[in-house]
Ligand binder design. Structure first.
Ligand code: GDP
Length: 369
């Protein structure tokens, strides 16, 4: 091949090596294409023929280019985040790239929240965290892409805020952005018809432009990989364990000072000082929790990580970052939030210590439940 071939749908350079990256095309398809020189990458192909969007990842530089472009157009930005990994979902500098464009914040995976949780408290917290990151969303909405919950409300909000403009959908990997866009496509007959009939403009690179009824576009951007997402450190098998599939069933532990809980081998919680008290753990129902004495916890972790304390599984322990500690003094009912895992609610005042893989965020907030 003398010259790189481009996808006639999105314009990405076609490649046959990496399924997760943009421009992927099976080698057989590409071989055939060189003759007539008209080929869609697999992502565009699936969108045209099955009305289905595929997730792709992008390097930081390429992503920056797309963000830059976003700052120069007049559009609505829909930022999808994982409510279980809010910090891991934040796109560094998004507020700068958004410029004057409105940002609609979508907290996805709401189906796994326990029923006892007040949604308004969560959206308030999301707004606060967004503000701390410099982002001022015009609105916050909780959805479940998986179950299709709140989709109609989301579409109404998108329509309201876009005011006839294009819509950019952005998110870090694994937040459920593709699942969400697929739901939108499936539910909106008008979009579905347009996709199968229209040709993609082909003037833009690396993005999928889904035509909207009024001639504007819903633009799916590749997911940016956040280096310090818990999900980033784990293999598929372990991801299935930590990503809650169903509504979380809170587990209550009565702890005395000097006791420790391990969340698999991924995180640790020490109760340092305070009266005997109850702590409620909100993590995936499949994640095993072990209680031990704090004084023995280091040794316990050394000995059992990858075996009794998993995930990570033994073959992945070597690549897993060390756990680092954060100490908090608790004054009121508080959640200790382990990004990408869930949280532990402490009811009474005391001193606690949380441990998370180096680089993964651990924050406290006023209890949501
Ligand atoms: P993307 O990388 O942001 O495009 O994310 P995907 O759409 O590929 O989804 C990542 C993972 O999250 C998959 O395992 C999905 O099944 C799961 N997921 C997506 N949306 C939801 C949701 O609303 N609820 C739950 N529980 N899981 C979801």
């Amino acid at each position: 091949m003398t010259e790189a071939l481009h996808c006639v749908g999105c314009g990405a350079i076609l490649q046959t090596e990496d399924k997760e990256k943009i421009g992927y095309t099976p080698a057989a398809v590409l071989a055939k294409a060189e003759k007539d020189n008209e080929v869609y990458c697999q992502r565009c192909f699936r969108l045209r023929h099955y009305n289905e969007i595929q997730a792709v990842d992008l390097t930081d530089d390429d992503f920056l280019r797309i963000l830059n472009e976003m700052s120069q157009v007049d559009a609505l930005i829909v930022n999808v985040v994982d409510i279980f990994d809010f910090n891991g979902s934040l796109i560094p500098g998004l507020h700068r790239f958004a410029g004057n464009n409105p940002v609609l914040l979508v907290g996805n995976k709401a189906d796994i929240l326990p029923k006892s949780l007040r949604k308004t408290k969560l959206t308030r917290w999301m707004r606060q965290r967004a503000h701390e990151a410099g982002l001022r969303p015009v609105d916050v909405i909780l959805t479940s892409a998986k179950k299709g919950d709140q989709l109609e409300e989301l579409l109404e909000k998108i329509d309201f805020y876009r005011k006839g403009r294009d819509v950019y959908v952005v998110g870090t990997t694994n937040v459920g952005k593709s699942t969400l866009i697929n739901q939108i496509i499936q539910q909106s007959t008008a979009i579905k018809d347009l996709i199968t009939t229209s040709r993609f403009p082909g003037t833009t690179l690396d993005k999928i432009e889904i035509p909207l009824e009024d001639g504007q576009y819903l633009i799916d951007t590749p997911g940016i990989i956040h280096d310090y997402q818990m999900a980033h450190f784990l293999g598929e098998r372990d991801l299935n364990i930590i990503a809650p599939q169903k509504e979380i069933k809170p587990k209550v532990y009565q702890l005395a000072a000097g006791q420790t809980l391990f969340l698999g081998g991924l995180a640790r919680f020490d109760y340092i000082k305070g009266e005997k008290s109850s702590f409620t753990v909100y993590v995936s129902n499949d994640l095993l929790i072990h209680r031990t004495k704090t004084i023995k916890a280091d040794e316990f972790y050394q000995k059992h990580s990858g075996e009794l304390l998993q995930p990570p599984h033994s073959d992945e322990v070597a690549d897993f970052p060390e756990l680092v500690q954060f100490e908090f003094s608790i004054k009121e009912k508080t959640d200790i939030v382990f990004a990408g895992l869930g949280w532990i609610t402490a009811k009474n005042p005391g001193i606690i210590r949380g441990w998370a893989p180096k680089g993964v965020d651990l924050v406290v907030r006023q209890a949501l439940v």
